[in-house]
Design a protein around this ligand. Structure first.
Ligand code: GLN
Length: 208
């Protein structure tokens, strides 16, 4: 029997987390808490079935080694050119147009120059609290062998800084953080990304 009033079901975006290495489980959990369905992505074929992607922290050199097999890197390049992608720490390094210290290959879509391990060794990892452009007051930021975004182009919006350098940036469909938002309890950054994915539903074109 038909019910007299129909309620619209909200669309839940499917967001992939590159699950090769690093803290992908924490990202998947954070995405679920932010209202998305999280999918662990281990094969290039899976990219066709997701609305957005998180490139987690870890070791960018290890990611590259894995991605260079089986044409995964090429498929990923195509995906990040037009679909919402959020890179954190090593993920931010993968997205950057220029990588320094040392120079290495990347997906080259984020108009930024990024220096790897810029804050020193593992022991120099830290937790900071700072203001961001997101509503809701200061945000906890966990830095682990973090890169530094040395410079960005004019089309990149800086959402937060540390010592005058960008730490959270947005460029059209791309979001990148040099810290690890998935390791804090605050879900604002993941929610912000989920909202980006919702806003670009069905839109495969680049808007940067
Ligand atoms: N130092 C790592 C790299 O260069 C990034 C560290 C991280 O993702 N926490 O890839």
């Amino acid at each position: 029997m038909r019910r007299p009033t129909m309620t619209k079901t909200a669309w839940i975006p499917r967001i992939g987390v590159l699950a090769i290495q690093g803290d992908y489980e924490a990202h998947a959990q954070a995405l679920r808490e932010a209202g998305a369905e999280a999918v662990l992505v281990r094969k290039a074929e899976q990219l066709a079935a997701i609305d957005g992607l998180v490139l987690p922290g870890g070791e960018s050199t290890t990611f590259l080694k894995f991605l260079e097999r089986d044409g995964f890197l090429g498929a990923l390049r195509e995906f990040v050119a037009g679909k919402p992608t959020f890179g954190t720490c090593a993920g931010c390094i993968l997205l950057a147009e220029e990588v320094l210290h040392p120079a290495q290959e990347s997906l080259g879509v984020l108009h930024a120059s990024v220096e790897r391990n810029a804050y020193g060794r593992q022991i120099d990892s830290s937790i900071q609290v700072a203001d961001t452009a997101l509503a809701g007051g200061p945000l906890e930021m966990v830095y682990i062998r973090a890169p530094r975004i040395l410079k960005v182009s004019e089309d990149v919006r800086v959402l937060a800084e540390r010592d005058g350098f960008p730490v959270l940036v947005e460029q059209g469909h791309l979001l990148a953080a040099t810290f690890h938002p998935e390791l804090s309890l605050d879900r604002r950054v993941h929610r912000y990304f989920v909202e980006q994915v919702l806003a670009r539903r069905g839109d495969g074109t680049q808007k940067s």
